[in-house]
Design a protein around this ligand. Structure first.
Ligand code: ADP
Ligand code: MG
Length: 348
């Protein structure tokens, strides 16, 4: 994509740092009332009145968190924002502003950064967040992107990882495992491409899982749905590293046990098909795949009627007692300790 000789390439040096910042950010509009001052001064100024502010930040490094061989820059810009907004929604808060800092080498033409910022702009518009600042610097190695997301919540609504109570229900939004299987497809195509660059892959059968990898959506809609249904999660986390790891976080922070039922884990049929094709266990993929950016939360059993039958929400288990561990209850009713990698039997 960077090698595309048909496109005009403008070198970053020509613009200079200030010209570049201005060029990239000039079309961003402010839409949040809480933004008193956005880009253009030494710092942004925000006002959340009597509400609480939530802040989360992430650093993405080329070659570690993304691969430009199959990640179009526009998607990368979009995903960098989603990853951060997801953390805000996982606090049961609404995202309102972001800042974005980039370190780029001069192998990147201006047009590449325009693509990146086009993705950022699409995300800001779709999720109604203001870009209020950032930093721009050069890099001698790869591309680095750091995003900070800011959000707002009523004190009583904030869902910490530590709030789960014994005998709560464990609920997950959407389905899991798709982003990981999408990555498997993309990596396979990359290898095929290395051998035969003229080979045009047919990704159509994999469109859902590839899209889940390249263009994930943060679940703002779920945080809004919970509010609408008057459901108050006792604890919540977003699924960035896989169900298993997130369950362990909830269990540890809350000091209680959690049982996850294998037969309840929501999997898209295309994920099951891809798992068969790649000969991987779909439960393992769900447990340790990651990058799903779904929300995982606990609720009081009394709230069950409010979520019952909702196609976006699946009860996958329940909390147990104080100090009890986190377990997978398998289809044949075995109780297997969860580990950050998935479950015990796969680590030895
Ligand atoms: P300073 O020297 O005080 O760090 P900068 O010249 O880096 O100021 O930034 C000027 C303004 O542009 C600030 O409002 C800053 O937040 C914003 N900004 C800088 N880089 C970026 C970027 N990559 N994306 C968005 N805003 C940026
Ligand atoms: Mg600066």
């Amino acid at each position: 994509m960077l090698e595309d000789k048909n496109k005009e390439n403008t070198s970053l040096e020509k613009l200079g740092e200030f010209g570049l910042i201005d060029h990239l950010t000039k079309d961003f509009k402010i839409s949040q009332k809480s933004t008193l001052k956005g880009i253009g001064d030494d710092a942004a100024v925000l006002d959340f009145k009597n509400k609480k502010t939530v802040i989360s930040t992430d650093l993405l490094i080329e070659g570690v968190h993304f691969d430009l061989a199959y990640m179009p820059l526009k998607h990368l810009g979009y995903k960098a924002i989603m990853v951060n907004l997801s953390d805000i929604y996982a606090m049961n808060a609404m995202a309102t502003q972001i800042t974005i800092s980039i370190a780029v080498s001069n192998r990147f033409p201006l047009e590449a950064l325009e693509e990146l910022y086009a993705g950022v702009a699409t995300a800001c518009n779709a999720y109604n967040v203001d870009l209020v600042g950032g930093d721009t610097t050069s890099s001698k190695t790869g591309l680095m992107i750091s995003v900070t997301a800011i959000g707002v919540a009523n004190d009583k609504d904030i869902a910490y990882r530590s709030g789960a109570q014994p005998n709560n229900l464990l609920v997950v939004s959407g389905d899991v495992g798709a982003a990981y299987m999408g990555l498997q497809v993309l990596e396979r195509e990359k290898e095929v491409f290395k051998v035969n660059p003229n080979n045009q892959p047919d990704l159509e059968p994999y469109s859902y899982i590839v899209e889940r990898q390249l263009k994930p959506e943060a679940r703002k809609d779920i945080t809004e749905l919970l509010k609408k249904l008057d459901v108050h999660p006792t604890a919540m986390i977003d699924i960035s590293d896989g169900l298993s790891s997130e369950i362990l976080h909830l269990s540890k922070s809350s000091g209680i046990g959690i049982d996850l039922y294998e037969d309840k884990i929501p999997l898209d049929p295309t994920v099951i098909a891809a798992c068969e094709e790649f000969k991987v266990d779909s439960t393992l993929v769900a447990l340790s795949g990651g990058e799903d950016y779904e929300l995982l939360f606990t609720i009081d059993q009394k709230e069950f009627p409010k979520i019952k039958g909702n196609p976006n929400l699946t009860v996958v288990g329940h909390t147990t007692g104080e100090g009890e561990g986190a377990f997978l209850i398998s289809r044949n009713n075995a109780k297997i300790p969860l580990t950050a990698q998935g479950w015990n039997s796969f680590t030895d």
